[in-house]
Design a protein around this ligand. Sequence first.
Ligand code: FAD
Length: 479
Amino acid sequence: MAKFDYDIIVIGGGAAGLTASTFAGQSAAKTLLIEKEKKLGGDCLHYGCVPSKSLIKSANVRHTMTRAQQFGLPAAGQLMAVDFSRIRERIQKIICTIQKHDEPEYIEKKYNVETKFGAPHFINNHTIELSGKQISARYFLIATGSSAFIPPIEGIDLVNYITNVEIFSLDQLPESMVVIGAGPIGMEMAQSFHRLGSKATVLETADCILPREDKDVSCYVQQLLKDEGLEIITSARVIRVTQKEDVITITYQANGENKNIQANALLVAAGRKANIEGLALENAGVKADRVIQVNSKMRTTARNIYACGDVTGGFQFTHTASYEAVVAIYNAILKIPKRVDFTNVVWCTYLDPEVASIGYNEQRARAAGIDFIVHKESFSGNDRALAEGETNGFIKLIINKRGSVIGVQIIGFHAGDLIHEWVPVLNGKVKLSVLTDSIHAYPTMAEINKNASVNYLVSTIPSWTKKITKLLFGYQGKV
Ligand SMILES: Cc1cc2nc3c(=O)[nH]c(=O)nc-3n(C[C@H](O)[C@H](O)[C@H](O)COP(=O)(O)OP(=O)(O)OC[C@H]3O[C@@H](n4cnc5c(N)ncnc54)[C@H](O)[C@@H]3O)c2cc1C
């Protein structure tokens, strides 16, 4: 057997790369992890999930202060302007705390993973060059992630736009902000900055926000955000941007007309592009168009090279990146065949209210040619939601012809946590009656999961069964 420097080299130290390398390192494989930046952790830790959720918390606390009177408290009065540097400090503290688990010394000691920093390129499918030195490996895993896609808008390179990389380290809160793109990243940031006191406007080419969600979900959330004062302009195409001192003018086309809007900050959140430049993938026989092509075992077109996470396109979440990484290592290192299955993929957009989904929604079910019915319940019927003052939202069950739940969407307070009761239900093909026969604590938001199931099952009981019950036992009630 040919001798290589390492059994596996993982390129990219984000969610996918860290999961893959630590799993490989614990599986007796001599593992090297290579990261281009100075620190491990990737987008999720430094410019994605962690800073965005920390920022969202600050924004939501401020928003709750404005609602004091709704809870029978004295009004919080005129809120002081936000000093963004304090929020930035909090975000950095949280990142530093989590970073401790991603220190090279820590992962070497705990998981037998060696780390090197730099940006390697492939010489062939078994060799890379890093800082002028060639290193070989039996297997490679590419997990270089994605970056903000910058659309070809006239003048875009001449203005100081920001992306997810800059937004969490701004010196001060912008007085106004335009966000291009109404996907999860754009919407989470727009609501947060609006709640912190910026005048935020979202411009989106599609006819609604969160286009991956069903129309009833995205329209519902869009209306709530508009009611809160966030400006959302859909079916709008940005065609030009210019800047004079600290004012950026954004020209967009909507309803056949050109319109201008001005702001102090321009956030581009118009999708993601895979980080593949500089890797010289062609030298290794790894095919990529806009993303690296992989099969369901996460193997690329080169037999000994795997790829996972954002760089492969698909679902671009931290949890799907880690899931794919585990599948790749099972196949590459442990030789246990595994394939990815995204039927019951779960996700959440951390707006207020949160928008969470598992499995099929109507769009996905229709695309798969599945017959289904929809059962909906409002949060306004949940006692805890009333006590919390959080009655916006609903749960939506997608049920197939056999009466099995194949998807759930929850829009509401803590939806991202509530959806997880459905993870074992859908993955374990658990009957709905198990949920309806189980005991849920009162009063909890989670009762919405049980109540939706009970009410759906009750709605399927044919009226003749009640007639028979009445006859059999001589009951006197209505049928
Ligand atoms: C603002 C924002 C909020 C988000 N919120 C959520 C959320 O709440 N929940 C969720 O699940 N997902 C969220 N995401 C998505 C999530 O961050 C990504 O899906 C996840 O980070 C993908 O992991 P990855 O390992 O594929 O890529 P990354 O985490 O980006 O890691 C890739 C790593 O590879 C390195 N790299 C790149 N090129 C090279 C090279 N040539 N050589 C060596 N190293 C290289 C990069 O520096 C980086 O460290 C969010 C993203 C953003 C931008």
